[in-house]
Design a protein. Structure first.
Lengths: 1003, 466
């Protein structure tokens, strides 16, 4: 660039202005033209915009042309460019070679920290792009399964709304400026011995992070570390302290328990060990024939949960009545439980339950729910102790958390310190208290009083908005870390990909604060573990731990505890208003997944609501209060009010509203902002989860989107749900009791079952003939399969409005039906993928033959032949087909391109799609077997839904192989097909659900 | 009229003429050809054309938007994969049935009264088929590959799925469209020659002359012409039955309760004739009024058509009755039982009862009365009511069967969007526009056949004198 500017004469607008000011001529210029005419300005222009457009007059030079071509070629390839982390990561090399083979995915073991606790994962990586998450079979909290949050985490990684740059005071900053600034801050703080320094994190189980923080606290003795987790386990911890005098963690062994009592605990789908617990629970209830045994589950809960749906006896009651229930139970078992208030009148079977528990000493288990007060947890511990369950169905360990604290107290302490003017530098790492702290803490107001506020998070969220510095956080799939699982097992989290947006992890931020700026997450983690495992075999330890996804023998040892419980009399509550129970949302959790569209669109268990939270109310209470579905009501608690839409929920306790947290986000992103209402506003420090609210009708309505309609019919008191009545009448879901089943194993067979006559000869299947079974006795309805399928098969989301029009795209759905009165119905969850009918009604009606039968029995969809008449869907009795009414797949957002499974077509507008039994997985394994010239092994092919199912309810395989698991399942007497009287001969069949009620209890 | 009104209007006997007395060849030719050649275009025609073209414009916008965005602009979903498009398709194609029936079937039956209504009934058929034919194309997810439904040898060796009723539809509707066009055009040739001979304008002479294909009216021409016409009639007659039978197969071959029924073919054909004749009545009444054609379109015609409405209406009613009977006969807790109960009491019950009102309650009680049959205004209203009813019938069949089928978890609702309505109204605009252009530029009544009719009547009269 040729510029006339003299060297050493930096110019900017300010100087130009100053110069003009000094000029003896008139002070006023008439316009910018005049200013532009000054030589200084021209000079300024040349330096500010060194590319002078006038230089282009000669056209593009050859050299420039080549430069441009090179740049555009590189930019064109940019979207497809992914970069492995610089450091060596270790693939899960049980079967795979340790190198890239184009087209062949590699699997890496890592872990997803959720509210601090790890779940082990295997992540599928295609040429350096993580595309799919599976559970890690060697990890105790997973055993190969993963829950909805883990399945959807890969979308979170590629979310285009993630924070992408360092923000300083609302403007784009950069990491090096941050480092400079922190360096300054650090030296200041060192002088002050850390006075005024506070670090706020979520629950920390990471040994490395804990050590980092401890060393920082050592450097800055006056600094303090606070932990606040919105979905806190404070009551769990306090309950343990109440019972044992110290914080301990509790580990359950549901596979050892014959009688299980849940005190408002949704242990199958919520909490750190849920995936493992669901597996153990299902294993204990697996039926292979009349001789099989089952555990028995009693549930007392306020809202129908996944766990409640599996109960053999379920008592809906207000959440605050669970304490009385627990006290009555304890009293029955001879535990001094204070003055037992009378248990809820609706539960007549407490004495029978007591006898059942007494008959199962050492094989029974009582579990209390996270939202219940400490006393309920303490009573559960006392009951388990009294029944001799400790060491058998439950054991205790040292706390899994690195530094267990009462999060709410910790937050209050922080706020008090701020108020006292003791805080001038606050690091907020990975949490969003401005959104999720109880409003009476007034966190946002106090936060603004802190002089320097530094925030690290995945999104520029509500807290980021109020902080000086915001640093984009690296996703767990792009950063190093470590975390403990529910039983203490440590996983070293290895990244699958370099940070997409130069995000930083908490380890790296703390390294800066600790004076080790420049150390990467890898250095920090590896450094910690080198100190833990000194010696020559460290490299081997490191490789093995990364490879397996667990640090061997890191689970915490059982810890002997001594019960020392003094139960106080129940406190008198004289709260007015209707009870409100704040629970984590089954999909978006505490709200941190609010911007994940897979999680927003997956229909929530039981209610089947999508894209919203609602005030769940019982049919009787809705009648009493005169409200209907979708009616907005105003709930006021502690001076805060929200407007919530009503959703009538069978099985909900009367006089109790359940509100799911995680909605009403202001700054979640394009997907999650401004939907639903923020139930945190009704929380308070005294009643963080169970409270009361004033109820007021507004007369307004709000559209809610659900995937399964519920029409309540019948007289008052005898209401039924029309859909459920029809489903039971049509024998779509079948169930009986264990006792009936033992008397007659064929009891669930119905007229019309089996293959009817056909005019055509049967097609001979000499090789493979694929089939699937879904055991209704195991399926808990947790949705993991739905999201797994969405991720595996590149299924688009359609948004709330389209869902309300009936155009959701998920290939597998969970149907929920209710049996019995709506006040406390039995629930059936039924996962419905394509049936792959042998006589498929969809096939013969397609005018272009776009859906055909494969020689292995699959009902195949040929997307590029489909013209979109939708006749196949109309004629599908199971309505499992999904149509691209518009262009649903996102073809334009670059960051979503690497997310896609390269083995599955991304569908365009106007074509039909449906479950394929994961044909890409079938073929991958078939090709491998063919290359190795061997037979396929049973269980070698796992469909995405089957692989992730925590309860292992789904079995897929070759029906022709009589020894295969699927063939054995189909041979069971509980096996039945849907609508077999139509002679469709479905390949997906179901096994009837069994309940194991206490014969003493007549309901 | 009073209480004894019925006696004052006896049923029309053979004495009521199919052609008003006093007409000669010349007056017939003058009167009919004048509409095209000499009369000043009526203001009402312009007004009608404005309405037609406006709706046609709406159709263009709706189709443009449809092709840009996709069928998602309509209210269809899973489970209701077919909505207005298929309802309208069946409705229009049903309307089209009267034309063939009148032209071919009644010709073979030697029903002389058909001759004054066949021309515009055929035109109506053609335009209705044109409207109908758009829907199966537009309702496709990817309409630009519609030709994949045709059997043609392509390089991939792929063929349509011949077991699919939709492929049969392609053949049935395209055959029907072709035969209707041929029949209509062949029927027009002598009249086009008349227009050629009578037009004063060189351009119109050239156009009509070209279309008349050298017709000179020689005996040989007439001989061959009659033969060809009769042959075409013979070809077209089976289509009266077959087309709507095939259309009904779209439903009956499905497994869905409410579709899977053996009674559909006959009851669809009857329904088609029902709606088709209703449309002929709807068009004939204003046509004879505005163009003063009462002499040619006499009460005799209207009365006959009303009787056909009554007869086909009764068949349709039988079909409904049978559907209900079979459902209850199958016993409670069957899919069909639920389907009928859902139609009668479910969310679409108002539509179902409107259908019963429009198709059965109103026409089948009133049309027995000769007085009403001969009341032009009443007949006009009834014909409109029947068309609404027949549209509702297709809506009930398509929508209520799909919206609650086998799996209660997938039950849903279908609500038409404004674009559903826009396309429907748009095809009405297309129909109206085409029909108005037809009556302006072509003889709406068959001149030569009317002349033949006058001749025959005169002969009869003369024969009586002898």
């Amino acid at each position: 660039m040729k510029s006339n500017r003299k060297p050493g004469k930096p110019l900017d607008l300010v100087q130009i202005q100053a110069k003009l000011d000094q000029s003896p001529e008139k002070r006023v210029w008439r316009g910018l033209d005049e200013l532009a005419g000054t030589p200084d300005y021209r000079d300024f222009l040349a330096t500010e915009f060194p590319h002078d457009p006038r230089a282009d007059k000669q056209g593009v030079s050859r050299r420039n042309m080549l430069k441009l071509m090179g740049a555009s070629a590189a930019l064109a390839g940019l979207t497809a460019c992914t970069k492995l982390p610089d450091q060596k990561i270790v693939p899960y090399a049980q079967q795979q070679p340790e190198n890239f083979v184009p087209g062949k995915p590699l699997f890496y073991a890592t872990a997803m920290p959720l509210a601090g606790y790890a779940t082990g994962l295997l992540v599928e990586s295609h040429m350096g792009r993580p595309t799919k998450v599976e559970g890690n079979p060697t990890h105790p909290a997973s055993l190969g399964s993963a829950n909805v949050a883990a399945q959807a985490s890969v979308l979170g990684l590629y979310d285009p709304d993630r924070a992408q740059v360092v923000i300083y005071r609302g403007r784009v900053g950069d990491w090096s400026t941050f480092l400079t600034s922190m360096d300054q801050r650090r030296s200041d703080l060192l002088e002050l011995k850390g006075s005024g320094l506070r670090i706020l994190t979520g629950t920390v189980t990471s040994p490395t992070l804990a050590e980092q923080i401890q060393s920082i606290l050592a450097q800055f003795p006056q600094a303090k570390w606070h932990q606040y987790e919105p979905l806190s386990r404070d009551t769990v911890r306090e309950g343990a302290k109440l019972a044992f005098g110290e914080y301990v963690s509790t580990v359950y062994h549901l596979d050892q328990a014959d009688v299980i009592v849940s005190l408002d605990a949704d242990f199958l789908s919520a909490g750190p060990g849920a995936v493992r617990y669901a597996r153990d629970f299902a294993d204990k209830r697996r039926i292979s024939g009349p001789e099989s045994t089952m555990s028995r589950l009693y549930v007392a809960e306020s809202t129908p949960t996944v766990t409640g749906g599996m109960a053999d006896h379920r008592a809906p009651m207000r959440a605050r009545d669970v304490e009385a229930f627990a006290r009555a139970l304890a009293l029955g078992l001879g535990i001094k439980s204070g003055d037992a208030a009378s248990p809820p009148a609706s539960v007549s079977w407490i004495p029978a339950l007591v006898r059942d528990l007494q008959n199962h000493r050492g094989t029974s288990l009582v579990i209390a729910g996270e939202q219940q007060p400490p006393i309920v947890h303490a009573l559960a511990h006392a009951i388990n102790d009294a029944l001799g369950n400790v060491g058998k169905t439950v054991h205790y360990t040292d706390p899994v958390e690195a530094n267990p604290v009462n999060g709410l107290e910790s937050l209050k302490e922080l706020v008090a310190d701020i108020e006292g003017g003791h805080v001038d530098t606050l690091f907020i790492l990975g949490v969003n208290p401005v959104y999720d702290a109880p409003p009476d803490v007034r966190f946002a107001d106090h936060l603004l009083k802190v002089k320097t506020r530094i925030h690290l998070s995945l999104y520029e969220d509500e807290t980021a908005e109020l902080c000086h510095w915001h640093v984009p956080e690296a996703h767990f799939l792009e950063s190093w870390g470590d975390a403990r699982a529910y039983d203490g097992t440590v996983t070293i989290i290895q990244p699958l990909i370099s940070p997409l947006y130069d995000g930083k992890s908490a380890y790296e931020i703390l390294a800066v604060l600790g004076g080790q700026a420049g150390s990467t997450g890898h250095d920090v983690i590896r450094g910690y573990w080198e100190r833990q495992k000194p010696g020559a075999d460290f490299e081997e330890f490191w490789q093995t731990s990364l490879n397996n996804g667990i640090v061997a023998e890191s689970a915490l040892a059982p810890k002997p505890v001594k019960l020392n419980l003094q139960v106080a009399a129940p406190a008198k509550t004289n709260a007015s208003g209707i009870e409100i129970v704040l629970r984590p949302d089954p999909s978006v959790g505490d709200g941190s997944f609010a911007n994940n569209s897979w999680l927003q669109e997956v229909p929530k268990p039981i209610t089947k609501l999508t894209w919203d939270n609602a005030a769940l109310i019982s049919p009787a209470s809705a009648r009493k209060l005169g409200v209907t579905n979708g009616e907005l009501v105003k709930l006021t608690s502690h001076g805060q009010s929200v407007e919530a839409p009503i959703w009538i929920t069978p099985g909900q306790a009367d006089d109790s509203l359940t509100l799911h947290l995680g909605y009403g986000r202001r700054r979640a992103g394009h997907v999650g902002s401004g939907i639903g209402f923020n139930a945190y506003l009704l929380a308070s420090t005294e009643s963080p989860r169970i409270g009361t609210a004033e109820f007021e009708k507004t007369g307004k309505t709000y559209p809610l989107s659900t995937t399964q309609h519920h029409h309540i019919m019948g007289k008052e008191g005898e209401e039924r749900e029309e859909e459920s009545v029809a489903a039971l009448q049509r024998k779509l879901v079948r169930g009986t009791t264990l006792e009936e089943f033992r008397k007659d194993p064929e009891v669930t067979r119905e007229e019309g079952d089996g293959n009817g006559p056909s005019m055509y000869p049967s097609f001979p299947y000499n090789g493979n003939s694929w089939g699937m079974t879904i055991d209704l006795n195991s399926c808990i309805g947790c949705n993991a399969c739905v999201v797994a399928c969405q991720s595996e098969n590149n299924i688009p989301v359609v948004g709330k409005e389209q869902v309300s029009r009936g155009r959701e795209m998920q290939w597998i759905r969970i149907d929920t039906y209710f049996e019995g009165g709506l006040e406390n119905p039995a629930m059936y969850n039924q996962a419905v993928p394509c049936m792959h009918c042998e006589n498929a009604p969809c096939e013969y009606v397609c005018p272009v033959g776009a859906t055909m039968h494969s020689p292995e029995g699959l009902n195949e969809m040929i997307y590029n032949r489909c013209v979109g008449t939708r006749y196949c869907s109309n004629n599908c009795p199971y309505k499992v087909r999904r149509f691209n009414f518009e262009l649903w797949s996102d073809w334009t957002t670059p960051s979503l391109e690497p997310l896609r499974n390269p083995d599955v077509t991304v569908r365009s507008r106007g074509v039909m799609e449906k479950c394929t039994y994961c044909i890409q997985r079938i073929n991958r394994v078939k090709i491998a077997a063919e290359k190795e010239d061997r037979e396929l092994q049973d269980g070698e092919i796992l469909t995405a839904c089957q692989q992730t199912c925590p309860a292992q309810a789904i079995v897929f395989g070759n029906i022709n192989d009589k020894g295969s698991r699927v063939a054995k399942m189909k041979a069971q007497s509980r096996n039945y097909g849907l609508l077999e009287d139509l002679n469709t001969r479905p390949r997906t069949t179901y096994l009837a659900k069994l309940r194991n009620p206490n014969p003493e209890i007549k309901e | 009229m009073g209480a004894d009104g019925l006696q004052n209007t006896p049923p029309l006997g053979p004495k009521v003429p199919v052609l008003a007395p006093g007409h000669t060849y010349a007056t017939i030719t003058d009167k009919i050809s004048a509409i095209v050649l000499t009369q000043k275009t009526k203001k009402g025609w312009w007004a009608g054309l404005l309405v037609g073209l406006s709706l046609l414009g709406l159709l263009h916008i709706a189709i443009g938007y449809l092709l840009t965005v996709g069928v998602g602009i309509w209210g269809i979903n899973i489970p209701v994969g077919w909505g207005f498009a298929i309802v309208n398709f069946v409705w229009w194609i049903g309307i089209g049935h009267a034309g063939t029936l009148i032209s071919a079937f009644l010709l073979l039956m030697r029903q002389e009264w058909r001759q004054s209504i066949n021309r515009f009934a055929e035109a109506m058929t053609l335009f209705a088929v044109a409207c109908a034919g758009m829907f199966p194309l537009l309702h496709m997810g990817r309409p630009w590959v519609f030709y994949w439904m045709m059997p043609y040898p392509d390089t991939m060796g792929t063929w349509p799925q011949f077991r699919s009723p939709l492929v049969w539809d392609v053949f049935a509707v395209s055959t029907y469209g072709t035969i209707s066009l041929l029949f209509w055009f062949v029927g027009l040739i002598p009249d086009l020659a008349t227009l050629r001979d009578r037009s004063k304008n060189a351009i119109s002479r050239l156009i009509y002359g070209g279309l008349a294909m050298g017709w000179r009216g020689s005996a040989r021409h007439w001989h061959r012409y009659e033969m060809a016409y009769l042959l075409l009639a013979g070809l077209a007659t089976p289509l009266v039955v077959s087309v709507h039978t095939v259309v009904s197969f779209d439903f009956t071959l499905g497994v869905i309760p409410g579709w899977h029924s053996t009674i559909f073919p006959p009851y669809f054909v009857a329904g088609a004739i029902y709606s088709g004749f209703a449309m002929v009545v709807t068009l004939a009444i204003p046509l004879r009024k505005f163009y003063g054609l009462e002499d040619f379109l006499t009460m005799h015609h209207l009365d006959n058509m009303a009787k056909i409405l009554l007869a086909t209406g009764l068949i349709v009613a039988y079909g409904y009755g049978m559907e209900i009977f079979m459902a209850f006969f199958s016993g409670p807790n069957t899919y069909d039982h639920y389907m009928i109960l859902n139609r009668m009491t479910g969310p679409y019950a108002p539509m179902y009862w409107s259908l019963i009102l429009c198709n059965i309650a109103i026409p089948l009680t009133t049309l027995w009365s000769a007085k009403i049959r001969q009341n032009v205004a009443a007949l006009f209203v009834i014909s409109l009511v029947i068309q609404v009813g027949m549209w509702l019938e297709r809506f009930i069949i398509v929508i209520t069967s799909l919206h609650r089928d086998f799996m209660p978890s997938s039950w849903g609702m279908y609500y038409p969007t404004k674009w559903d309505w826009a396309v429907y109204a748009g095809t009405m605009g297309l129909f109206l526009t085409l029909f108005l252009l037809f009556i302006r530029f072509l003889p709406a009544l068959s001149i030569f056949e009317m002349r033949g009719l006058a001749h025959e009547l005169k002969e009869k009269e003369d024969g009586g004198k002898h």
